[in-house]
Design a binder for this molecule. Structure first.
Ligand code: FES
Length: 162
């Protein structure tokens, strides 16, 4: 051991001529590209998440256009067999459809044509049968609306507005 060199230099020698130097410009370029790559991956994950949450509802024939008289209603399932819905024809003749699941605690709502409401018997909740908005009782959110189209003589469900 030479007296002017500390012992650790002999134990852990650094060969500076073989070491790889990185300039500030290279480091800045690396950090910029790395940050851009991470931001791009975040945007991609967000886009995939939004697409997966968007419900893809199928087209489904619900009834014939003349099957439901004014004040009448029809139960159906949409978009899957596990999703009960109700189609109501108002006394004025307009057709609307909603999820039959109450937005409070998921009891099934029933049509009350004279009151123009969909009533929930569990906690006396009530929704408008013309727009699905809550009118009385504990529910605070409207019923999801089933988007309807008339195609020829058929009433067809085309989607859901949550
Ligand atoms: S479940 Fe419908 S009002 Fe409570």
């Amino acid at each position: 051991m030479t007296p002017d060199r500390p012992r650790w230099r002999e134990d852990f020698p650094v060969r500076w001529d073989e070491d790889h130097y990185m300039t500030r410009r290279e480091l800045a370029k690396f950090l910029t590209l790395g940050s851009g790559l991470l931001a791009g991956v975040n945007v991609l994950i967000a886009v995939i998440g939004v697409n997966e949450r968007t419900p893809r509802a199928p087209l489904q024939r619900i009834a014939g256009a003349d099957d439901i008289p004014p004040g009448g209603s029809l139960l159906f399932r949409y978009p899957t067999a596990d999703d009960p819905c109700i189609l109501v024809r108002d006394i004025s003749g307009s057709l609307d459809a909603y999820s039959q699941v109450c937005t409070h605690l998921s009891c099934a709502v029933v049509h009350r044509p004279g009151e123009r409401t969909l009533a929930c018997p569990c906690h006396k909740g009530s929704f408008s049968s013309t727009d699905g908005q809550p009118l009385a009782g504990p529910p605070t959110r409207r019923l999801p609306r089933i988007v309807l189209e008339q195609r020829g003589d058929d009433i067809v469900a085309t989607g859901i507005e949550v």
